[in-house]
Design a protein around this ligand. Sequence first.
Ligand code: ADP
Ligand code: TRP
Length: 326
Amino acid sequence: MPKRVLSGVKPSAEMMHLGNWFGAVRQFVELQATEDNYIFIADYHAMTTVHDAKQLRANSLEIATQYMACGLDPAHTVLWRQSDVPEVCELTWLLSCVTGMGLLERAHGYKSARQEGRDVSMGLFCYPVLMAADILAYEADIVPVGEDQVQHVEMTRDMAERFNNTYGDTLKLPAYRLAKGALRVPGVDGQKMSKSYGNTIGLFEPEGAMKKKIMGIVTDSTPMGTPLDPDKCTVFALHTLFPGDDLEELRAAYLSGTIGYGGAKKALLTKVLDALAPIRARYDELKRDPSYVADVLREGAVKARLVARRTMDACRLAAGFADPVG
Ligand code: ADP
Ligand code: TRP
């Protein structure tokens, strides 16, 4: 039986990078062949930080375009915008009434906002409740997440248990799944590739910009002709993301000093461009047809809403909101 795999992605203006692709997006694309894949653009969650209406709307379309370019196929994955299914807000309220403040005060996001002295909106404080509603509304079995989101899925289970203990068994308890292995794609400076470190290689960058970044990967200054250690080299680490027969040859060339960093970078650029060619082409195509992406999101919302409505009906009935005399 296929499992329902659900995940939300916050829309961001930044371009998806190699770390996102290998660490997360590729898994969703692979999962859609065997599982019941549900992915939504978490624009209500983004509203805790983005208050520019135009930007929020544009970012949602952009992130959907990038996911579809990466291979998310509307024939196999339900893809929609969170805000097109208002039932999640209704469920958020029902869950809020069985959730203690103490639980939410322990949330990492809220705690760090407080520590940094930032203003905390009710939206930010309730972020985990909205996330629980997302997960529970769609009867998710599995929620693939990065480490930073594990706490939210654990809280979701707590909230579902509280609801079920109070009103009878209504909500399905989800499990989280950590992104495959401990894959850590390095950025051009050798640290973990991340938007926050400004060291990313974007999937859809123009070729010239991509070349500049790859040729600029930080290495040591070992002169050409000297043996190099592949296991201490960011360029080699990036090569290993693309398994192929040439990897062992490249390793041997490093160890014997027959390749320099410049040569290894050029080979990497070719490899990255070859591997990404289909998704880059698809991206350009989708960018020319935004109304197609918008249609996919609308159709996804219709399918997602049917599931959320069913959950909501069960919750309303359980919590005393059935017909007043029926
Ligand atoms: P960023 O660090 O650029 O802000 P996000 O936190 O938005 O990236 O991550 C989105 C997804 O991509 C997460 O599932 C995360 O685990 C994965 N991811 C991000 N960067 C990397 C990386 N360098 N290596 C492996 N996976 C990554
Ligand atoms: N909070 C998640 C993040 O910041 C995004 C998200 C919202 C999510 N709702 C979700 C992820 C439900 C998984 C399931 O990345």
